[in-house]
Design a protein around this ligand. Structure first.
Ligand code: SF4
Length: 661
């Protein structure tokens, strides 16, 4: 893939003066796409003016006109707008070869002189920015000229490694879970605006960046709160959730977050806004973070003044303001690179949020790799990766590992599960029949739906209970799924109380969740308190043997969660189910309960919810059976054929000699 760096010689007119300077215009990139009818895609990016415009790709696809025509059109127009002249020589480095003729045809008689773009980038960008600033002082508004084209935004600037610009095709579509987080955040943002009833929304269509700036400018003199106030300056583009006028000519920036506390990652967000807004000429008095108050309890209509808490974070924002310019320049450079920089995977992939490209960048890791190390708070996985060790089995014997991590290594080497029979036996011996296998599903909303509930309070709406009365007994299934739009908790508690037998162990997987929900319910409905206390005392956490590594199978990939343990131990999974995890169950329940859907859709989803929650508890029955089989079979003995009830990992592992406990 040959790439040409190009620089353009020209002049910027500033007032009476003309400054001659080399203007960096970006690079041409020739790429071969075997899937396209023509072998060439020509893309062009350049830093238009260096002030308000970020690099953007333009493609000249084979549409009949000479490729490069639209490209040179953009270039000429922009340069003309900026008062930049250009001369008329085109030079190519030798390696362009095949494409030289094409370029010449497309670009002649325009004036481009190929050079090393990285050498001129910094100095020319700064010079152009300076010149443009002066032009803007005189009323020139570049955004008016480029209204059909995207400006940079904080989100794209913040995109890791410039991939939004340089490898956009790699970014997967927003998945349903992420979209629901966005939707929740949008709902919170919209609600927060109710705190400012005289506010004016800058509600330009998505993508109309220049329009948003124009509308904001037109609204500023009204001195009213502005929602989504938009400015571009200093090479940055930023929108404020709320810009609130104070005094005669000052403003407060108010950033609304759907979290229940301020977080460190919120501060750079505000600092960037302050940096852009100040450069755009605004006087900012304070920077304020507004987040959801988790102590708020709904009673009747929700008062937005009570639902939100505000924190003045001006001091924190000022503390990092000086670094913003440097960060933006760094991002611009990264965005301007011809290709994505080669950055090794690391902590940044999951912090502060999981990168959407994680799956792509991590794809080179083999199964059972060092990043599966359990509870790796010391960063051993990354350390090993840096040393060139990818597989758990290749970790050197003298490398320091925790006890559980050492088990993972041993299991990866032997290919056999790790079993501590004595501990498993102890665990099993403490169970009392009838055995209950219990699981809850719940939902939570930032803005509470029911009286007496708090923001993000988990509201249980479903349970599944499998009951095994005696050894070898067939499981009986009892279940509940809330109907209607009322608070489901009273029915949930009533039905659960009648479903649970007065005696017997109650097995749950990761008991913290079920115990927490029951305690919250008992607080809200104190008549259930004594019963809830007894139920909690009878609970046994089925995660214990797995969290404690009394049993560890290589397929668990360092996880003790039900979604890993079930297939590793029993060979069964959730793949055939429409709903495969709790987050989706919550979203689907909320959708078919509170949104307008047809009766048949509601019935279909409720059936899927039944199947999902039922599988969680039936899966626990299978897991306990598998643990019993492991426990009963003497170490080293071949498995009994009667165990071969179907294709599953537990049978696979039972066919192998068992390690000593
Ligand atoms: S997954 Fe990690 S390495 Fe890949 S782009 Fe994201 S942050 Fe960078």
């Amino acid at each position: 893939m040959p790439a040409l760096g190009c620089s353009l010689r020209g002049r910027i007119k500033t007032g009476q003066k003309q400054i001659r300077l080399p203007i960096h215009t970006g690079g041409f990139h020739l790429r071969s796409f075997s899937s396209e009818p023509h072998p060439v895609r020509m893309a062009f990016k350049y830093k238009r003016g260096g002030l308000n415009h970020m690099p953007e790709w333009y493609e000249s696809r084979p549409t009949g006109e000479p490729r490069g025509g639209p490209l040179i059109g953009f270039l000429k127009r922009d340069m003309a707008l900026l008062g930049i002249d250009y001369d008329t020589t085109l030079e190519f480095p030798e390696n362009v070869g095949l494409y030289k003729e094409h370029f010449e045809k497309a670009l002649k008689p325009e004036v481009l002189r190929c050079g090393n773009r990285t050498q001129v980038l910094d100095q020319t960008a700064n010079l152009v920015a300076e010149c443009l600033k002066r032009e803007m002082m005189k009323g020139y508004r570049p955004e008016d000229q480029f209204k059909d084209e995207p400006f940079s935004t904080i989100s794209t600037l913040m995109t890791k490694h410039g991939i939004t610009y340089n490898a956009r095709h790699l970014i997967p579509k927003v998945d349903e879970a992420t979209q629901s987080i966005f939707d929740q955040a949008n709902a919170v943002g919209a609600f927060a605006k109710r705190m400012f009833p005289t506010g004016i929304e800058i509600d330009t269509p998505p993508g109309d960046f220049a329009g948003a700036i124009r509308r904001t400018q037109a609204t500023l003199p009204l001195r009213r709160p502005i929602f989504e106030a938009t400015f571009a300056a200093n090479g940055g583009y930023a929108r404020a959730d709320i810009l609130n006028p104070v005094g005669r000519d000052e403003w407060d920036i108010i950033e609304v977050k759907s979290t229940t506390r301020t977080k460190d990652v919120h501060i750079p967000d505000l600092a960037f806004q302050l940096w852009v807004f100040t450069a755009a000429g605004l006087k900012i008095r304070r920077c304020v973070l507004c987040h959801v108050n988790n102590q708020f309890v709904r009673q009747g209509e929700v008062d937005p003044q009570e639902l939100f808490k505000r924190h003045d974070v001006t001091a924190e924002v000022m503390g990092i303001l000086d670094s913003i310019g440097e960060q933006v320049r760094t991002m611009e450079k990264i965005i301007g690179l011809a290709e994505c920089p080669k950055i090794p995977i690391g902590k940044q992939c999951d912090s502060p949020v999981t990168c959407p490209l994680r799956e792509n960048c991590w794809a080179f890791l083999p199964p059972q790799n060092v990043l599966d190390l359990y509870h790796d708070t010391k960063g051993r996985g990354l350390d090993l990766l840096n040393r060139g060790v990818l597989r758990l089995a290749d970790i050197p014997g003298d490398y320091p590992l925790s006890e559980k991590q050492a088990i993972q290594r041993a299991v990866a080497i032997s290919g056999k599960p790790h079993v501590k029979r004595i501990q498993i036996e102890r665990f099993l011996s403490e169970l009392n029949y009838p055995l209950h296998f219990l699981d809850f599903e719940s939902f939570q909303t930032a803005i509470p739906i029911f009286d007496g509930t708090r923001p993000y309070e988990q509201i249980p709406f479903q349970f599944s209970l499998h009951l095994v009365r005696k050894v070898g007994g067939e499981p009986e299934h009892r279940k509940f799924l809330a109907e209607g739009r009322d608070d489901p908790r009273p029915d949930f508690l009533r039905r659960l109380k009648s479903a649970v037998e007065p005696v017997g162990s109650i097995l749950v997987f990761n008991a913290t969740f079920e115990k927490g929900r029951l305690k919250e319910c008992a607080e809200a409905f104190p008549q259930y308190e004594p019963w809830v206390e007894k139920v909690i005392n009878r609970m046994v956490d089925l995660i214990i043997p797995f969290k404690g590594f009394q049993f560890y199978h290589p397929d668990q990939c360092g996880s003790a969660s039900l979604k890993y343990v079930l297939p590793a131990l029993t060979g069964k999974d959730y793949k055939g189910l429409e709903i495969q995890e709790g987050g989706r169950a919550s979203r689907e329940f909320l959708r078919v309960t509170f949104a307008d859907v047809t009766e048949s859709e509601r019935a279909r989803v409720r059936q899927a919810l039944d199947l999902y929650c039922g599988q969680d508890t039936e899966g626990m029955v299978w897991i306990l059976d598998a643990l019993k089989q492991i426990h009963h079979r003497p170490a080293g003995n071949p498995p009994l054929h009667s165990e071969a009830a179907g294709p599953c990992s537990v049978l696979r592992l039972l066919r192998r000699p068992q390690p000593s406990p």
